[in-house]
Design a protein around this ligand. Structure first.
Ligand code: HPA
Length: 253
């Protein structure tokens, strides 16, 4: 069982679960799980809301999915290369399709807190790349697979779910943005802001994997809402909405 079983099954699809989105696991039938600590190359997470484990589960029609609960972030002091280790490990385990999920601040006034946003494209504002020092000049003109995005939109429509689509800006953090930074991100064309996903997305594309990204809009970005931002709130809004995310993932994967 556990890692040996995952290696034997070689699931081709994985989902990385963001802050507070571990509830997605409840919608899948877990078959076996292994702590990141027992997976060579996988580093252990430190932020509340991020327990590090890989869960091999079955979804619709018994299809296998590998769910990775917990991720690392550049704000912890790791390089983008270090953060993207999880993707290299998943690739090594046979994964060729990866869904990256996250909790993000909402920038687009036409969207709402609690909405799910399909990532159409991203802005890498981390000042780092997982490919730094490695292979150069990968094409990034379609990081988030257009065909897969259509499949997500079609599934959302049949579930009566209003799935937004937009640009995700990755910033370093770990502090939340200032209102001036939020206005800058709007000018740059971002619809959501967060501190993750982009290192993994770049790494996965560079390995030739099919990539999708989904942001749970857990709060208005600074200056757009009326309250201060708290990580606990991000985690609890994410948790409350993870049921809808789970249904969507089940339908598409
Ligand atoms: N900003 C950056 N990262 C985030 C936010 C935010 O408002 N919400 C959740 N992750």
């Amino acid at each position: 069982m556990s890692l040996a079983h995952i290696q034997e099954v070689r699931p081709d699809t994985a989902v990385i679960l963001g802050s507070g989105l571990g509830g997605v696991l409840d919608a899948f039938e877990a078959e076996t799980q292994v702590s990141y600590a027992a997976v060579p190359g996988m580093s252990t997470a430190t932020v509340p809301g991020h327990t590090g484990r890989l869960v091999l589960a079955r979804g619709e029609a018994g299809r296998r999915v590998l769910l990775a609960q917990g991720r690392r972030h550049c704000y912890e002091g790791l390089s983008a290369f270090g953060v993207a280790a999880s993707v290299r490990v998943l690739h090594e385990l046979g994964v060729r399709r990866i869904v990256l999920t996250n909790a993000a601040g909402c920038l687009n006034p036409g969207f709402a807190v609690g909405d799910l946003m399909l990532i159409g494209d991203h802005l890498n504002l981390l000042g780092d790349s997982p490919l730094r020092g490695g292979p150069h000049f990968h094409d990034m003109s379609e990081v988030y697979d257009a065909g897969w995005r259509q499949a997500f939109q079609a599934a959302a429509e049949s579930q009566g779910l209003n799935l937004r689509e937009g640009v995700y800006a990755a910033v370093l953090g770990p502090q939340y943005e200032t209102p001036a930074e939020v206005r800058m991100l709007r000018v740059l064309g971002a619809d959501a802001v967060g501190m993750s996903t982009v290192p993994e997305a770049i790494q996965a594309r560079a390995l030739g994997m099919r990539v999708a990204g989904l942001s749970m809009l857990t709060n208005w970005a600074a200056g757009l809402g009326s309250s201060e931002l708290h990580h606990d709130e991000v985690v609890s809004v994410g948790g409350a909405a993870s049921g809808r995310l789970a249904l969507l993932l089940r339908a598409v994967l």
